[in-house]
Design a protein around this ligand. Structure first.
Ligand SMILES: Cc1cc2nc3c(=O)[nH]c(=O)nc-3n(C[C@H](O)[C@H](O)[C@H](O)COP(=O)(O)OP(=O)(O)OC[C@H]3O[C@@H](n4cnc5c(N)ncnc54)[C@H](O)[C@@H]3O)c2cc1C
Length: 318
């Protein structure tokens, strides 16, 4: 049996969990989903639609908010009672964080951000390393394998719908597992589209030139119903917040269109942008790596090109 930890925030599903379930149900063992907190109970049907035959809903009065050690404790208790061959989670910040705590508590082997999994003993996993430039094959030996699945490693595909068996579980949680917990929230501006979910991302790099230089990019993003992203050079310069950084050490985006303006296209940036269906590069340098990675390119000064694009979009919308 495989258990799959579904990631959610106060009941809002993280879609990469559906990719993880899609991969998990192809591994040839019964798939059980785990939903932590009462708010997640309505997600049971969604988990079933992506292959989970059984859903364990872990309920406890202190699980309304995410708390990594408490979530890990819930998974550890399920491992002890169900003795699964593997535990899967998404290779997101939260998925990797919870599974690292599970590994530390149980001393079971863990591999993060797998793109392929062959269960068995040893369990053989493939992972992209060195910024995606090589593939590593790793072997894990253990009674249970702890594995996270890299976002976008597979496409989420529904399986024939069925009603899941629901098992409600109450874990034993003491104060110690709430040392790290959410103590407050700063919500993104009202109506702002999240970078990870945006269908259009207008990204700016060092070539934008200044914090003020982002105004036309903001306008284009707003006109197209998208979000603004940026490179690490830009966050390092303090022009934009880290929450907008695209890349290996930022957010992985998967829009229909990524408009990369004044971004050179370093490997670490492209890792975060490769889920984009189409890339339009705007750059003065025809030899910039982003131009090679793009589907379309405009070789020119972004300070001229973006206002012209905004004017065309407005005309088309009029
Ligand atoms: C461990 C590690 C992790 C990293 N993680 C990330 C990450 O998550 N995300 C990330 O982005 N980077 C990351 N980096 C940094 C990365 O290597 C690059 O340094 C960075 O992406 C470069 O940012 P840039 O493209 O904005 O700047 P530059 O490389 O300086 O490129 C600027 C581009 O703008 C163009 N340009 C200049 N003026 C104009 C103009 N007027 N009009 C149009 N084009 C113009 C230039 O031709 C050039 O191509 C990481 C690096 C390391 C070592």
């Amino acid at each position: 049996m495989i258990i799959a930890l579904i990631e959610h925030d106060r009941g809002k599903l993280n879609e990469s969990s559906l990719e993880m379930l899609t991969l998990g149900r192809g591994l040839g063992l019964p798939l059980h989903a785990v939903l932590i907190g009462e708010a997640a109970r309505p997600l049971a049907d969604r988990a079933a639609a992506f292959g989970a035959a059984t859903v364990h809903v872990v309920q406890h009065e202190r699980l309304a908010e995410y708390a990594p050690e408490a979530w890990a404790q819930c998974v550890v208790e399920l491992i002890e009672s169900l003795k699964p061959e593997a535990v899967l989670a998404s290779g997101t910040d939260r998925g990797n964080e919870v599974m690292a705590h599970v590994a530390a508590q149980t001393r079971l082997p863990m591999a993060a951000n797998c793109i392929e999994i062959k269960l068995g003993n040893p369990c053989v996993v493939t992972r992209a390393r060195w910024g995606g430039s090589l593939l590593e094959e790793a072997r894990l030996n253990g009674s249970t394998h702890l594995l996270t699945v890299a976002p976008l490693a597979v496409e989420a595909v529904e399986s024939p719908a069925r009603s899941p068996t629901i098992n409600t579980v109450t874990p034993t949680l003491d104060d110690k597992v709430f040392r790290v917990r959410v103590s407050g929230r700063v919500e993104a501006g009202a109506g702002k589209i999240s970078l990870a979910e945006a269908r259009v991302v207008v990204g700016g790099g060092r070539g934008v030139g200044s914090a003020e230089g982002f105004k036309p990019l903001e306008e284009l993003a707003e006109l197209m119903g998208g979000a603004v992203g940026c490179s690490r050079a830009v966050t390092s310069l303090g022009w934009r917040p880290h929450a907008e950084q695209v890349g290996q050490t930022g957010t992985r985006i998967a829009p229909d269109l990524y408009i990369a303006c004044g971004v050179s296209g370093a490997t670490q940036h492209l890792i975060g942008a490769r889920g984009s269906k189409h890339i339009l590069a705007i750059n003065t340098d025809a030899d910039a790596p982003i131009v090679a990675a793009a589907d379309y390119a405009i070789i020119g000064d972004l300070h001229e090109v973006i206002p012209a694009l905004c004017a065309e979009v407005k005309k088309a919308m009029a």
